[in-house]
Design a protein around this ligand. Structure first.
Ligand code: FES
Length: 335
C-alpha cells in the first residue's frame, strides 16, 4: 500500500498495490475529475509532482508523449510504485488543439543577431492550425532529423520562429548557412505544456534566455492584449547589447501598457550599458519581491531555467505555478 497525496483534496489516500489512483480516490469520496476511466478521454489528466507510477495502456489522444515527458499522467491508468504527490489538471492546464502535419514553404529568413535568425514559414496546408501561446512544433528540413522549435508568432498563415545557431549543430547550421526562401518544410504540432494559462489572474513573470524568447513572445502578446491590467514582467537574458533582438515589440508594448515591464539582462556586458547586467537568476533574486500569488513562464537553457526556478520558489512561487520549456544547448543532446 502506498500513500498518495492529492493536492486539491488536501489529504492523502492509501492506494492498494495494483490499484489506480483514480479508483481509490473515488472510493475515498474525493471528487476527482474523470471521464471514461479507461485511458481514452484525458479527463483525469494529472501532474505527478513526486513518486513513481506505472501506467497501463492508454490512447495518445488522452496523453501525448510530450505531456508524459512533462510529468503528466492519467490517474485512471496510474498504479503507484512508491508514495506519490499528485494534482489533477485544472481546465486551464490542458491545451487541446488537433496535432496536424503541415506542408510549409520558407517565406523569409532574417538574421537578427550574430546567432539568432528569424524563420518565417508559409503554411500551405488548408486545415485550420491553432496553438496555445508558448507551444512548439517539430520542423523537418529535407534530409535532416526533425527538431523542436517554439512558435514566436502565427499571423496570416505564416509561422515565425527564432532559431539560434548552435556551434556544430547540424540543423541550425543548415538553417543559418544554406536554407533559402521557397524550400519546402514539414511541420507537425502543436505540442508542449508550457503555454499561457488564461484563468490565472495574479501577476505574471516571464523569463527567456536567448532564443527562448520565441516561446515567451506569444505569451506576452496574449496577456497584454486580453488582460492589459495584469502585472507582467519580462526578463530576457542575452550576452551583450548586440544580442538583444525584437526589443521594438516589447518597448512598444511597455509604452502602451503600464502593467507590462520589459527588461533585457546582459550577462557579458562590455563597457557601459544602460540595461541590467548580470546572470538572470541574480537579477531576479535582487529585484523580485513576494510572488506567492504569481505565475511564471521560463524558456531557455536548462541551467538557466533551473537557477531561475529556484530563485522564484524562494520568493514564494508554488512549483505548480512555474511552467518551463527547456532549450537544450547542443543538438546532440536532442538525439
Ligand atoms: S478518465 Fe478518461 S483517460 Fe482517465
Amino acid at each position: 500500500m502506498f500513500s498518495v497525496n492529492i493536492r486539491q483534496a488536501e489529504r492523502s489516500i492509501d492506494v492498494d498495490i495494483g490499484s489506480t489512483i483514480l479508483e481509490t480516490a473515488l472510493q475515498a469520496g474525493i471528487d476527482y475529475p474523470h471521464g471514461c476511466r479507461a485511458g481514452n478521454c484525458g479527463g483525469c489528466k494529472s501532474r505527478l509532482h513526486s513518486g513513481d507510477v506505472e501506467l497501463s495502456p492508454y490512447s495518445e489522444f488522452a496523453l501525448s508523449q510530450a505531456e508524459l515527458s512533462d510529468g503528466l499522467i492519467l490517474a485512471c491508468r496510474a498504479v503507484p510504485w512508491t508514495d506519490c504527490d499528485v494534482s489533477w489538471c485544472e481546465l486551464d492546464d490542458v491545451a487541446v488543439h488537433p496535432i496536424l502535419d503541415l506542408n510549409c514553404r520558407v517565406q523569409q529568413l532574417e538574421k537578427l543577431t550574430r546567432d539568432i535568425v528569424s524563420l518565417k514559414l508559409k503554411v500551405a496546408s488548408t486545415e485550420p492550425f491553432a496553438f496555445s501561446p508558448g507551444q512548439f512544433v517539430y520542423i523537418e528540413f529535407e534530409g535532416f532529423p526533425k527538431r523542436e522549435y517554439s512558435i514566436a508568432s502565427y499571423v496570416d498563415d505564416t509561422l515565425e520562429f527564432y532559431i539560434r545557431k548552435i556551434p556544430d549543430g547540424t540543423v541550425s547550421s543548415f538553417v543559418w548557412d544554406y536554407l533559402v526562401a521557397g524550400e519546402t518544410v514539414r511541420v507537425s504540432g502543436p505540442h508542449g505544456n508550457m503555454f499561457f494559462r488564461e484563468q490565472h489572474d495574479g501577476p505574471v513573470i516571464a523569463v527567456a534566455g536567448g532564443s527562448g524568447l520565441s516561446a515567451i513572445q506569444p505569451i506576452v502578446r496574449e496577456s497584454v492584449r486580453y488582460y492589459p491590467e495584469r502585472s507582467f514582467l519580462l526578463y530576457h537574458g542575452v550576452r551583450d547589447e548586440a544580442d538583444i533582438y525584437r526589443s521594438e515589440i516589447f518597448e512598444t508594448l511597455s509604452n502602451w501598457h503600464s502593467a507590462f515591464e520589459y527588461h533585457p539582462v546582459l550577462s557579458e556586458a562590455t563597457g557601459e550599458r544602460s540595461q541590467k547586467v548580470g546572470m538572470l537568476h541574480e537579477v531576479l533574486s535582487e529585484e523580485i519581491q513576494d510572488l506567492s500569488d504569481g505565475k511564471a513562464y521560463l524558456a531557455g537553457p536548462p541551467p538557466m531555467v533551473r537557477s531561475c526556478s529556484d530563485v522564484l520558489q524562494s520568493k514564494g512561487l508554488d512549483s505548480m505555478n512555474i511552467h518551463a520549456d527547456l532549450f537544450f544547448t547542443t543538438e546532440d543532446e536532442l538525439d
